[in-house]
Design a protein around this ligand. Structure first.
Ligand SMILES: [Zn+2]
Length: 258
């Protein structure tokens, strides 16, 4: 599932292919009417920059236009060398940007929009985001402030998913961070001391930055989708259950996470 590290990894690859270049060709194979005007709107415009914040990705064009995406569970960005086989069907591509032998493709949406730059600052979905977990700077005090503003009864595992508190953590990283810091993901946030809450984001920040730089193979995997298998620390079977309002799945060891 795409989380902040996946998005930053994609942004770096897209930047290599497109930054400073005017795409030679822009296609929108998916039969969605809304996409049809984009090739014309973007024709002749250079890509100024490509960046990510949490799970959001931005391809910024000359003329104050930005392509904004959020992949949720189903979308993907891929960068291919021209002629290379795609991993998904052509008709599932929402946009294809070709430049200098590269093909940058976004598949399966589900949120892909072309918006004026100003909206990337004022849209409440974006303006309300917390700090990027792998941004260049991370203010731990600000993170704690936002965490303490959330419902104190919310279990800490689920509170890490709140993108207004910190942006970029999803099911995978909240499970692994709670395991690494030996924190029970079911502890109400009010009962988690600052130092322990910080241990969670410090682990996520360090490991996600590594995965964003070097790719998925660098992700540690102690508990995520390992329900029933022995805990790598104590041997007890790993558990799985949905948490809080959205029933987002959590994996944990009941013996060594307290
Ligand atoms: Zn254990």
């Amino acid at each position: 599932m795409p989380e902040g590290d996946t998005i930053h990894y994609a942004a770096a690859r897209i930047r290599t292919a497109l930054a400073g270049r005017v795409p030679e060709e822009i296609l929108t194979p998916h039969p969605r009417h809304r996409l049809k005007g984009w090739p014309r709107a973007l024709a002749g415009r250079a890509v100024r920059s490509v960046d990510a914040h949490g799970k959001h990705l931005f391809v910024r064009f000359e003329g104050a236009l930005t392509l904004h995406s959020h992949l949720r569970m189903s979308g993907a960005w891929d960068v291919h060398e021209r002629g290379e086989r795609w991993r998904r069907a052509h008709s599932r591509a929402w946009i294809v940007l070709r430049a200098q032998g590269w093909e940058v493709v976004e598949f399966d949406g589900p949120l892909l929009e072309l918006i004026p730059d100003a909206r990337t600052r004022t849209d409440p979905r974006l303006a309300g985001l917390g700090q990027d977990i792998i941004g260049a700077r991370f203010d731990e005090r600000l993170f704690l402030e936002r965490l303490r503003r959330d419902d104190p009864a919310r279990p800490i595992g689920d509170a890490l998913l709140e993108q207004r508190t910190v942006a970029g953590i999803g099911n995978y990283w909240k499970s692994e961070a709670c395991f690494a810091a030996a924190v029970d993901p079911w502890t109400p946030t009010a009962q988690v001391q600052d130092e322990r809450a910080l241990a969670l984001v410090r682990f996520a920040r360090e490991q996600m930055a590594l995965s964003a730089r070097e790719g998925f193979s660098r992700r540690p995997r102690a508990v995520y989708r390992r329900a029933g298998q022995p805990c790598p620390r104590c041997g007890e079977p790993i558990l799985q259950r949905g948490q809080w309002e959205n029933n987002r799945v959590t994996f944990w060891c009941a013996r060594c996470q307290r």
